[in-house]
Design a protein around this ligand. Structure first.
Ligand code: ADP
Ligand code: MG
Length: 232
């Protein structure tokens, strides 16, 4: 078996201290292999977002380990950590996190600007991502003027420009109507199937979860079901 792209062991995450301490994750372990599509499901407050932030290196566990391709990520700090995140991951969140008064192209090229990529290359890759999402005609529009579905497609284009190996999506269709949500889902699963991008989706939508290769159920900070464990 190849080295997992992500491997976590006995991950705990507590918020607050003393009497106010809350244990949001209480010892979670699993591996994710490149190319998998994984749904993280569970009730509100069960620890899904906390878990995803740790997998995406946006947050560090209170204890336990997180390995990215066999590399212990606790050794990554500062610029190194930012570069790793920026090169390896794309993010698609429910709240779009677009800069309202910037153009669609400016929003999409931002991760490349952060990565230090030159202006013409940024534009070329940004336009190519927008074409892929059928948004090239909106390149000059301000993000604020887009529909919900167009905003989420802009977010996906932005997630793609650095050729990520993993896309993290937290309730990616949560703010969309059913039809638009289905379009966004199709785009994400196509990227998984055609480009081999690993897809990690947090959702309480069982239908979306059922489209994934694997379903991880979190309850009160613990992993209580992992459909991949049945076949492993
Ligand atoms: P989910 O995404 O499954 O709804 P979260 O991971 O956001 O759950 O939260 C898990 C639990 O941790 C919840 O009870 C939440 O209130 C708590 N929590 C999350 N973030 C913080 C924080 N920054 N400070 C204190 N408690 C938090
Ligand atoms: Mg959440």
């Amino acid at each position: 078996m190849t080295t997992p792209i992500i491997s976590i062991r006995d991950v705990h995450r507590s918020y607050g201290r003393g009497q106010n301490r809350f244990d949001a994750l209480k010892g979670v372990s699993f591996d994710i292999h490149e190319g998998e599509s994984v749904a993280i499901v569970g009730k509100s407050g069960s620890g899904k977002s906390t878990l995803m932030h740790i997998l995406a290196l946006l947050d560090a566990p209170t204890s336990g380990s997180v390995e990215l391709e066999g590399v212990d990520t606790s050794t990554l700090r500062g610029r190194n950590l930012n570069t790793t995140r920026n090169r390896t991951f794309g993010f698609v969140f429910q709240q779009f996190f677009l800069t309202a008064n910037s153009s669609v192209l400016e929003n999409v090229t931002l991760p490349m600007k952060i990565a230090g990529i030159g202006r013409s290359e940024r534009k070329r890759r940004g336009m190519s991502a927008l074409e892929q999402l059928e948004l090239d005609d909106k390149a000059k529009s301000k993000a604020v003027n887009l529909s919900g579905g167009q905003k989420q497609r802009t977010v996906i284009a932005r997630a793609l420009v650095n050729n990520p190996r993993i896309i993290f999506a937290d309730e990616p269709t949560g703010n969309l109507d059913t039809a638009t949500g289905a379009v966004v889902e199709d785009i994400l699963f196509n990227l998984n199937r055609e480009n081999g991008i690993t897809l990690i989706v947090v959702t309480h939508d069982e239908e979306l979860a059922s489209r994934c290769d694997r379903r991880i159920l979190v309850r009160d900070g613990l992993l209580v079901e992992d459909s991949a464990a049945l076949v492993a």
